[in-house]
Design a protein around this ligand. Structure first.
Ligand code: AMP
Ligand code: GLY
Length: 455
């Protein structure tokens, strides 16, 4: 039996503290206070998502000491996260062991899905890990594994067929367009093509199955689903789970959701994004059966689980699972969560998920991404960034920056996330865009409809 440790209706009634989570919590040592060694946490990752996670962990009431591998200059300098002297998974495990790390938090999926598996190696050396073992991380790493999992556990998703070569793919498409083609492996977000016609499908099939752009691997031909997309996040520990604040991300580079896909140009998050009835349906038909399936298949899932959903006219259906938080959804969601995320993840990693450690702000949060020139086809490094000091009423998370001439400069495709909160969607949207417009660099790209465009 799986159980959500607080059901979705109760979550919606949870006492709110609008905007309080946007200010840094003060911590005073009171008379009779007993000093307790802070928990030592190592976060794995380097982007805006990890910056947001680290800020949220550091703002936890238990005040943990936070380290980050590999991290970024901003994560180390602005956030004060300690550096980790490691260069790969094994040296990371050695460093965590030698430095008495109490908890490892997987930000990005990269080390979870490699053969040894971050969570598996942590288990070997007795370090609790907030992130799933290798076998469970296949939900993200293999589209075919995920599809078979959903079919086996009767979780609503599009029909699909796994194919070994171009002939099998053509047979599965059977001349029906639009169709969706998915490379069955990690492809840096470029392994999915929504093909309106035979020409686009043939081009993608040739790149993936003949030229082997992403290396060897199978392909999934999937039914094209239609409807608004939504990102749902659950914290999962074995048979227990807690649904966190939902979000909607904006994947395309251009205004009005036009142009090529990106890693995400922004996000809007709120418990009010999804009405209670729909959230109950998502819980009953998708989240609970997924957690039950993980339990039944003995996959020992621990950590954040991301459900990419399409709200079709036949109900919510899964388009993908990810075995970590979304980026940039994390940057929008984290400021809406307060309490003790550090302790929540530590206890969850030990099999003891405690919902009372977190509280949820009922307001809205909007994240605007500033991307560099050329993104998403390329990116440009070294453009000096100005105006960061003028941002007053928003959080700044660094995704791709570096120190240059005493200031910050671009260093990647997605450069910065500017996140603002408000008690209404409109307030959060206006504030996020006003604050984001204070930051400048040559070639900067920002969508002005983030948060405004409803589904
Ligand atoms: P993914 O890499 O699985 O996140 O897919 C990237 C994007 O492709 C998704 O965010 C959707 O917009 C789109 N997509 C994936 N699967 C489908 C589907 N079955 N039907 C329609 N669009 C899809
Ligand atoms: N926001 C999409 C992702 O994190 O995969």
């Amino acid at each position: 039996m799986v159980r959500q440790i607080r059901n979705s209706e109760e979550v919606l009634k949870f006492p709110n503290s609008i905007l309080s989570s946007f200010s840094i919590l003060n911590f005073a040592i009171r008379p009779g206070f007993r000093y307790v060694e802070p928990v030592r946490i190592c976060v794995v990752g380097k982007g805006g998502r990890e910056h947001a996670l680290i800020r949220a962990l550091r703002e936890s009431e238990s005040h943990p000491e936070v380290f980050c591998f590999p991290g970024s200059e901003a994560i180390h300098e602005i956030e004060g996260a300690g550096m980790v002297a490691a260069h790969d998974l094994e040296s990371l495990i050695d460093w965590m062991t030698a430095n008495s790390i109490d908890l490892c938090v997987a930000g990005e999926e990269s080390y979870l899905v490699t053969e040894a598996g971050l969570a598996n190696r942590c288990k070997d050396v007795g370090i609790p890990c907030w992130g799933p073992p290798f076998a469970a991380a296949q939900l993200e790493a293999s589209k075919e594994f995920a599809k078979e999992f959903m079919q086996r556990h009767h979780i609503p998703t599009g029909d699909a067929a796994g194919c070994a070569d171009i002939d099998e793919a053509q047979a599965a498409i059977a001349g029906k367009y639009p169709t969706v083609l998915k490379f069955d492996g990690l492809a840096a977000g470029k392994g999915v093509a929504v093909c309106p016609d035979k020409e686009t499908a043939d081009k993608f099939l040739n790149e993936v199955m003949v030229e082997r752009r992403f290396g060897p691997g199978r392909l999934l031909v999937e039914e094209c689903l239609v409807g608004p997309e939504i990102s749902i996040f659950a914290a999962v520990s074995g048979s227990d789970y807690l649904i966190l604040t939902p979000a909607r991300d904006y994947k395309r580079i251009g205004e009005g959701d036009e142009g090529p896909n990106t890693g995400g140009m922004g996000a809007v998050a709120s418990r009010r994004l999804v009405d209670p009835e729909l959230m109950k349906r998502i819980d009953d038909e998708i989240v609970a059966p997924t957690v039950a399936g993980l339990e039944k298949d003995e996959l020992d899932y621990v950590g954040f689980l991301y459900f990419g959903l399409m709200l079709t006219e036949n109900g919510p259906k899964i388009i993908e699972y990810n075995c970590r938080f979304g980026d940039p959804e994390c940057q929008a969601v984290m400021p809406l969560i307060s309490g003790d995320l550090a302790k929540f993840c530590l206890e969850g990693a030990k099999g003891n998920l405690q919902s009372e450690l977190l509280s949820f702000n009922e307001g809205w949060s909007v994240c605007c991404i500033l991307a560099s020139a050329g993104y998403p086809e390329s990116s440009r490094s070294g453009d000096p960034i100005s105006g960061l000091e003028n941002v007053e009423d928003a959080r700044i998370y660094h995704a791709g920056t570096k120190k240059q001439d005493g200031g910050w400069a671009t260093n990647g495709g997605r450069v910065l996330a500017i996140v603002a909160g408000g008690d209404s969607r409109e307030n959060a949207v206006e504030k996020a865009h006003a604050e984001a417009s204070k930051v400048h660099f040559d070639g900067s790209q920002r969508r002005s409809d983030i948060g405004r465009l409803h589904f």
